[in-house]
Design a protein around this ligand. Structure first.
Ligand code: 5GP
Length: 139
């Protein structure tokens, strides 16, 4: 069964499409957090960032890079929060990778990306060293 976003790409569900090319697609979020809230997706369905092939990831970033200033300009935003909910535990509801471009305005009352985590951990130096090493050895 295809995701709701694949149905949008196929034209089976209407959306306010703002950009499309061979591998990527962008449209306004149906429940905008701010005017101009835009979703950027790969045309093909990948559930998580981890599943996206390198070449598609490069195209996806290129589209995000292209759209961020355009969206800001279109709604006269002061800034944008640009983020992925990557996996259910992070709040991802639609299992088709999508980048949120959320326009931000001075004094809009929203928070920074630092506000997304719950309780923040108090990590010792050796724990930080271990974590850094664990990441480094897997790259
Ligand atoms: P998530 O929580 O998965 O990161 O975000 C999914 C986003 O998709 C939500 O912001 C939601 O408003 C948006 N969305 C869900 N269904 C539709 C739809 O049918 N059309 C559009 N344009 N956006 C949708």
């Amino acid at each position: 069964m295809s995701t709701i976003f694949s149905q949008i790409v196929a034209g089976d569900i209407p959306a306010r499409v703002v950009y499309e090319d061979e591998t990527t697609f962008a449209f306004l979020d149906a429940n905008p957090l701010a005017p101009g809230h835009t979703l950027v997706i790969p045309r093909d369905e990948y559930e998580r960032l981890n599943d996206v092939p390198d070449d598609v990831a490069a195209d996806l970033y290129a589209t995000i890079h292209r759209l961020v200033p355009v969206v800001e300009d279109a709604v006269d935003a002061d800034a944008t929060t640009v983020a992925f909910n990557n996996g259910e535990a992070a709040g991802q509801e639609v299992p088709h990778v999508h980048c949120h471009i959320v326009p931000r305005f001075d004094g809009d009352g929203g928070g920074p990306i630092h506000a997304v985590a719950g309780e923040t951990p108090d990590l010792e130096d050796d724990e930080l060293d271990e974590i850094a090493a664990a990441i480094d050895e897997r790259v």
